[in-house]
Write a protein that binds this ligand. Structure first.
Ligand code: SAH
Ligand code: SF4
Length: 318
């Protein structure tokens, strides 16, 4: 009943369901807090992307993005305030790490975004997918991310289909090791960005500690459903990892796996030292991967003008 009140009816105040014992109501009111993160600012872009800056109980802020997709929305959630991984191409990484989000702060982002949609875009308020691709490295905050994912897919919680939830990781091995036993049955996405350790380490520093030969078998060991794939994200940085030799090595590495590649041309942000490759270079990269018969999608950028695209989130720059 209490789950119903908060998750199905999307209420945030004290639970007043009449057939709940008074003792329980008092306990809930005193012991638990259900207030959603406060919306500090909302930015809407022409393509209908919406970026929320949520203010948390301690005044810290995180961003959440609603991305329009075939008449519905994908929600991009943050898992930490900032990120400790310090990837060189990522606006969040450059902001440093402040703290982990609690499970209620992660779930609260979805409930907050859902409430806003119902109030502002009632006729197309459907949320179809959830991705942990906002600020933070989800597996570096394993327990809270796990609890939030359980709430999202639980029948008592938000009842989302498990294959609609995707957690993206830069390859944080301690979390990958726990995944198989502990994580609910949601999708995994690995930020690959290069099939070569030397290059990957230049842009994702934790690759020095957890190199490809350690993390790829851990990803392979995660059970995927019959029709499911592991998504490998490949960020294309001009003149760094966008050449045919990179594409061929990626094809060789992923050939035969249940892999799906998401090519993401670099999204720029103020002060960034990289550029996106030209469109024909991106197409050529995809053509090589097609030759290895690996399904590959070029991710079109949404919400760019409000810095809401992947890797542009930085709640300290606002
Ligand atoms: N920390 C996790 C999830 C958040 S980042 C991870 O790294 O996977 C989500 C995706 O955005 C990752 O694939 C990340 O590499 C990518 N990304 C980061 N900065 C980017 C940028 N400037 N342009 C495009 N994609 C970026
Ligand atoms: Fe963190 Fe992911 Fe950004 Fe790397 S790309 S700094 S892991 S949020």
């Amino acid at each position: 009943m209490v789950y119903n009140w908060y998750y199905k009816k999307n209420r945030t105040g004290v639970c007043t369901e009449h057939n709940l014992p008074q003792k329980t109501k008092t306990f809930l009111a005193e012991q638990l807090h259900f207030a959603l993160p406060q919306i500090h600012t909302v930015q809407e872009s022409k393509d209908r992307t919406v970026k929320f800056l949520f203010e948390l109980r301690d005044g810290k802020k995180v961003e959440t993005v609603l991305i329009p997709f075939q008449g519905k929305y994908s929600v991009c959630l943050s898992s930490q305030v900032g990120c400790a991984m310090n990837c060189s191409f990522c606006h969040t990484g450059l902001q440093g790490f402040a703290r982990n989000l609690s499970a209620d702060e992660i779930v609260g982002q979805l409930l907050g975004a859902k409430t806003w949609l119902a109030n502002h875009r009632a006729d197309d308020a459907k949320i179809s997918n959830l991705v942990y691709m906002g600020q933070g490295e989800p597996l570096h905050n394993f327990d809270a991310v796990k609890t939030s994912a359980e709430i999202f897919i639980s029948q008592h919680g938000l009842s989302l289909a498990d294959h609609k939830v995707t957690i993206s990781t830069s390859g944080y091995a301690p979390g990958l090791k726990r995944w198989k036993q502990e994580m609910p049955d949601v999708n995994i996405a690995l930020s690959l960005h290069s099939p070569f350790n030397e290059k990957r380490s230049q842009v994702i520093p934790i690759n020095r500690r957890y190199p490809l030969e350690e993390i790829l078998p851990l990803v392979d060991a995660i059970p995927t459903g019959k029709k499911r794939f592991v998504t490998y994200e490949y960020l294309l940085l001009k003149d760094f990892n966008d050449g045919p030799e990179d594409a061929h090595a990626t094809g060789r590495l992923l050939r035969g796996k249940k892999a799906y590649i998401n090519l993401i041309p670099f999204n720029a942000f103020p002060g960034a030292r990289y550029q996106a490759p030209a469109a024909d270079k991106v197409q050529a990269f995809k053509a090589v991967l097609d030759g290895y018969e690996i399904p590959t999608l070029i991710r079109t950028t949404k919400g760019d003008e409000i810095l809401a695209a992947c890797g542009q989130l930085n709640s300290l720059a606002l």
